[in-house]
Design a protein around this ligand. Structure first.
Ligand code: FES
Length: 78
């Protein structure tokens, strides 16, 4: 779906920009031109940005795999 008609930017373009590190509407504007002309796409672009960022969160979890805390909550027997 086209998000920004003025610059022919689709949801896929926004998803790609997010996967390359974009995380704000300003960054999308700088990279893709989103909301840089008439500005009518700003709300939709922000929604697409939030969705794309939310989809990226699960990819961050494997970085914690294998993490072992250095403390324990286990009760000691007296
Ligand atoms: S529709 Fe995006 S700037 Fe006009």
């Amino acid at each position: 779906m086209y998000v920004c008609v003025c610059n022919a930017v689709t949801e896929r373009h926004i998803g790609q920009a997010v996967s390359e590190g974009a995380s704000t509407l300003r960054e999308l504007r700088n990279r893709l031109g989103v909301a840089g002309e008439c500005g009518r796409c700003a709300t939709c672009a922000r929604d697409c940005l939030r969705s794309a960022l939310a989809e990226q969160i699960p990819t961050a979890e494997p970085a914690l795999a294998g993490f072992v805390p250095s403390f324990s909550f286990a009760a000691e027997a007296v």
